[in-house]
Design a protein. Structure first.
Lengths: 186, 206
């Protein structure tokens, strides 16, 4: 899933790009990361709890996006395109690592100065529980849920995962039930 | 229904405020990474081609300078092995370069296809190793007592004589490790697929 051929193709493509096109791509890439970087990071976090390995995964996702960008023909939305790459890379990561154990997420999240300490602590606690619960789900549930939580429509989720909208709806219902169970919500 | 939406909104609020890893840094660094990987890939490919070409050139040179039937058979065999191996490699990788679709499902399908092709390559490598061993052993046996065929062999140190034993053993071990890794990768991929299809019941669409 990490084909060396892809690198060769990307390099061949890159070599054929003009300077102007390259600058355009760089600006586009920077904008995509600025707009969707946090979401891509959250998707990576749903697959990998270990901070070091997660950083590697995020780097792999960014690299894959950079390689795929020249081939993007706007046949789907940018979000769909990016999330598809993120899930593909993350699956490759899980495949190579034989899955990820469920561990507490380290809290290195930016602190909002407007939050009261209690409120902040409670929110961080909820966030950690949610992330842990999502990581404990099956990959099929995790994929649908993380995309739902990123505000994708069923149509977009179906495009990312390569399944029908009906299947997305069925999975979404079951994924929500599974998440409730994992969170201990009755 | 409304309670469900509120529930989802609550999860979304918690989820979307979670901090993210810093993504990658400037694109120039990524381009450098792509280049580095590409250069490594190019060197590997060039190395493979160079080794194959050197074997064929050496065989051709030997056949031209020493056109004895036994030498011609040896050179022909070496060239044939190199050509067949290269041809197989090209045939085996054809059509597995990119997924049929752009979705996660297509991506996983491609991974499985690559694993299956790896297993095919392993079976081929084993067969080729046996064919080479049989060919070389037969040639040596048929031409025993003819040191004049390859007089250069006498110049080589005696330690070189262990190579015909060590090289096949090493190659076999390498193939065995490759096979084990590929089987493991395929098993993990099957687990992954099973997990991805967990929610697909017979009544599910797609």
């Amino acid at each position: 899933l990490a084909p060396a051929e892809a690198n060769a193709r990307a390099a061949a493509l890159e070599a054929s790009l003009t300077e102007e096109r390259t600058r355009e791509l760089e600006a586009w890439f920077e904008r995509l990361l600025a707009e969707h970087g946090a979401a891509l990071g959250r998707i990576a976090a749903s697959y990998e709890w270990d901070p070091g390995r997660r950083a590697d995964l995020v780097q792999e996702i960014a690299l894959a996006i950079w390689q795929a960008l020249p081939r993007f023909r706007h046949e789907c939305s940018e979000r769909t395109f990016l999330f598809r790459i993120a899930h593909n890379r993350s699956l490759t990561h899980v495949w190579r690592r034989k899955g990820t154990a469920v561990e507490p997420l380290d809290a290195h999240e930016p602190r909002d100065p407007r939050d009261a300490p209690d409120e902040l602590a409670a929110r961080q606690q909820r966030r950690r529980q949610l992330q842990q619960a999502i990581r404990s789900l099956s990959i099929a549930h995790r994929q649908v849920l993380t995309l739902m939580l990123e505000d994708l429509t069923n149509r977009e989720i179906a495009d990312v995962l390569g399944i029908s909208e009906g299947a997305v709806a069925v999975r979404a219902t079951r994924a929500r039930q599974a998440l409730r169970r994992a969170l201990g919500v009755t | 229904m409304m309670a469900h939406d509120l529930e989802l909104d609550g999860w979304r609020a918690d989820w979307q405020t979670a901090g993210a890893e810093t993504l990658a840094g400037p694109s120039a660094e990524l381009r450098r990474q792509v280049r580095r990987r590409t250069v490594r890939m190019a060197w590997r490919l060039a190395g493979d081609l160079l080794v194959g070409a050197l074997w064929i050139l050496a065989a051709a040179a030997l056949a031209v300078t020493r056109p004895h039937p036994a030498i011609l058979v040896l050179c022909g065999g070496v060239a044939l092995v190199v050509i067949v191996a290269t041809g197989f490699s090209i045939w085996n990788s054809a059509g597995a370069w990119r997924p049929r679709g752009e979705s996660v499902a297509a991506f996983v399908e491609l991974a499985g296809e690559r694993c299956r092709r790896d297993l095919r390559a392993i079976a081929f490598a084993k067969a080729l190793l046996v064919v080479q061993l049989v060919f070389v052993c037969s040639w040596v046996f048929a031409n025993r007592g003819r040191p004049d065929l390859l007089p250069e062999m006498r110049l080589l140190p005696r330690a070189v004589l262990v190579l015909p034993v060590l090289v096949p053993i090493g190659t076999y071990l390498w193939i065995a490790i490759w096979q084990r890794r590929t089987h493991r990768a395929l098993a993990r991929l099957d687990d992954l697929r099973a997990e991805l299809r967990l929610e697909q019941r017979p009544d599910d669409p797609a």
